[in-house]
Structure formats: structure tokens, C-alpha cells
Design a protein around this ligand. Structure first.
Ligand SMILES: *Cc1c(COP(=O)(O)O)cnc(C)c1O
Length: 362
């Protein structure tokens, strides 16, 4: 048996007829950008989350970058960023001329709420949280800290579509920034993203920024960007959104089997924080002998990936920031030990059985 980390074709095949029908509808409409498919998707996704406004943009990185910009954050400002995350989270801060201030992760791989206060200075302008791997960050504690320091929260929800904390959707605790990159739980068939907010003025600002800074055609109030979510992607996303809960339920079932049936004292399984509803974008395990484990799995035809091998503070592009190995030892340890097991919609029981059997034999 040969198992990949994610087989996107299976996700497509699950609802192929529906995707093909709406793609044709979008093609035949004669209207391809900023039309009714996007308006409907924005309304439906906001409703799904329990938020007032959703603004479609071109990618998750754009959602984050425009959110930081619309908060008025720029040169001389600092933003709290998890040390254990994908590079995009920090990039959005740096792209606006501000400085990321990294904070170590907790045992759930997310921003450690206990360590935020010590990183706040008079230059701090926002707290960014990432719900990494689909596991909501400790929003109860983080929201309390944000209130205490009067700081806005920016949520990187690129991996947490449909994940709740204490019954409330991630993306509605602060400014919600989503990616619909094809591998994400709510993935398009190309690049796409969105910003979610309850604040009408903030929503208008993002809507203006994404379309060259113009609210009225050819009247450019601000120097904006071109970051729009295409009609054809919006139409396809509406189909996937209508199935998101069942797609996440399937991921939860796969995770439940891994959690119950992987029994190997060399492998550390993921834990779930009280109040967090995990949507399992990735199923990430840890071992102190990762290279051997990954090689063994590859020999047994199980493909795995490391999310992520280099923490942002050690990324080559950030060398000018002056960080070095040892600055964030917990994030560095995770980067050395984590490995993502196969987890995707359309995975068969036989494939899940095989992964469990092979992992247990390591
Ligand atoms: C995928 C991802 C992004 C970026 O999304 P794009 O749509 O690829 O720009 C940002 N943050 C995290 C945590 C991600 O996983």
C-alpha cells in the first residue's frame, strides 16, 4: 500500500458533480471578478462563523497583511507572533514595516498565554494567534490579556476553518484571517483567502484596500492593492463550505482512530486543550528520533511532511533581525521533532489501518 500525506483529487471526487456544475455556472455567467458568487460566499461564510462581515481576498497571506495594515500598524510598532508557526504569520507583520516579537508555544503547539505579558512593551500594537494544525489557541486567557493591555487580536485561521473554542468559532474572537489554499480544511482550487470582522468600518477599509483602494470606481482614496477572490473560486468554495462540517467530522474520525490505536512509547500524540474543538488540519506527532521515523515510514510507502522544519526566527530571510538558535528553545525543539501523519478527506479505512499498524511497529 502507498499513502500520501494528502490526496487532493479525492476531495474533488467526493462532490465532483457539484463542483463541475458551479464552475460551469461561473464560466457561463460572463462576470468573473467581484460579482454575485463572491457576495454570496462572503455572506454564507460570515453566517457560518457567526460574524457580521467577510471580505474575500486573494490569499491567506494577503488577509493577514491587509488586516495588520488596516489596524494602522507600521514602522516602529511591534506585534506579538507565535514562535511556532508558518512563515506567513511573521511575514504579514514585516511586510507592514513592523517588528514581530516571538513568543514560545505551549504543549498544544500554540502561543503560550502565560508568556505573552512579558513580551508586551509600549510599542506593542496587536497580538497574533495561530490556531496551528486546526487546534484553537487558548483564547480564554489570550482574550483576557488582550483586554488588559487594550490590544486587538489578529487570528491566523488558515488551518482552523470550523474549529471552535468554548462553542465560538475561531476567527470571531479578533480579526479573523483565513486561507483557502487547496490543502486547507476549506480549500479552493487555486489561491484564495478572507478577512472576517464584526466592525463595519474595518470591513469597509479591507474592502477598499483589496480593490486598489477605491470604494467608487476610479476614485482611489488610498493606495491599495489588487487582492480579490475570483468568482469561479467563490462558486467552488460555496460548494465546499456547504460540506465543511461533514469534511471536518471525517477528519475527527481519522484523528480519533489514530489517538486510540497508535500505541508506541516512542511517539508523542497530540493533546487537546479543555474547551478546544480540534479540526485536525494536520495530525502531528513527535519523536526524538524523527529522521529514523520518517525514513522508516517512507520505506513502508507512507509519505509524511514536517510542519515546519525551521521556525520563523531562524528563517534565512530574517537573518537581519538578528535571532539565533537557542532564542526560542521550545519552538526549536518542536521543529526538530514534529512529523505530520497522513490526514485527508477521502482516506480509506484500509489506509488508516495501515498507517496505525506501521507506526506501531516502529
Ligand atoms: C497556509 C497558511 C498561511 C498562508 O496562506 P496562503 O493562502 O498560502 O497565503 C498563513 N498562515 C498559516 C498558519 C498557514 O497554514
Amino acid at each position: 500500500m502507498e499513502i500520501n500525506l494528502a490526496v487532493l483529487a479525492r476531495q474533488f471526487q467526493l462532490y465532483q458533480a457539484e463542483y463541475e456544475a458551479v464552475a460551469l455556472r461561473a464560466l457561463r455567467s460572463g462576470w468573473y471578478i467581484l460579482g454575485t458568487e463572491l457576495e454570496n460566499f462572503e455572506r454564507e461564510f460570515a453566517e457560518y462563523l457567526g460574524a457580521k462581515f467577510c471580505i474575500g481576498v486573494n490569499s491567506g497571506l494577503d488577509a493577514l497583511t491587509l488586516a495588520i495594515r488596516a489596524l494602522g500598524i507600521g514602522a516602529g510598532d511591534e506585534v506579538i507572533v507565535p514562535a511556532n508557526t508558518y512563515i506567513a504569520t511573521a511575514l504579514a507583520v514585516i511586510a507592514n514595516g513592523a517588528a514581530p516579537v516571538f513568543v514560545e508555544p505551549d504543549e498544544f503547539y500554540n502561543l503560550d498565554a502565560e508568556k505573552i505579558s512579558a513580551a508586551v512593551t509600549e510599542k506593542t500594537r496587536a497580538i497574533m494567534v495561530v490556531h496551528l494544525y486546526g487546534h484553537p489557541a487558548n483564547l480564554e486567557k489570550i482574550c483576557a490579556i488582550a483586554r488588559k493591555f487594550n490590544l486587538p487580536i489578529v487570528e491566523d485561521c488558515a488551518q482552523s476553518h470550523g474549529a471552535r473554542f468554548c462553542g465560538k468559532m475561531t476567527g470571531t474572537f479578533g480579526v479573523g484571517c483565513f486561507s483557502f489554499y487547496p490543502t486547507k480544511n476549506l480549500g479552493a482550487f487555486g489561491d484564495a483567502g478572507a478577512v472576517v470582522t464584526d466592525d463595519e468600518n474595518f470591513a469597509r477599509e479591507i474592502r477598499t484596500l483589496r480593490n486598489y483602494g477605491s470604494e467608487v470606481k476610479y476614485h482611489n482614496k488610498i493606495a491599495g492593492v489588487n487582492s480579490r477572490l475570483d468568482e469561479i473560486q467563490a462558486a467552488l468554495l460555496r460548494v465546499k463550505l456547504s460540506h465543511l462540517d461533514e469534511l471536518n467530522a471525517e477528519r475527527k474520525k481519522i484523528a480519533r482512530r489514530y489517538l486510540n490505536e497508535i500505541k508506541n512509547r516512542r511517539i508523542i500524540l497530540p493533546k487537546i486543550l479543555d474547551g478546544a474543538e480540534h479540526v485536525w488540519h494536520q495530525f502531528v506527532v513527535r519523536t526524538d528520533n524523527r529522521a529514523a521515523f520518517q525514513k522508516y515510514l517512507a520505506q513502508e510507502n507512507i509519505q509524511t511532511v514536517i510542519h515546519y522544519p525551521i521556525p520563523p526566527h531562524l528563517a534565512e530571510c530574517y537573518a537581519p533581525l538578528g535571532f539565533k538558535r537557542g532564542d526560542f528553545p521550545i519552538a526549536e525543539k518542536f521543529a526538530d521533532e514534529v512529523l505530520s501523519l497522513p490526514m485527508f478527506n477521502g482516506m480509506t479505512q484500509a489506509e488508516i489501518d495501515y498507517v496505525i499498524e506501521v507506526v506501531n511497529k516502529f
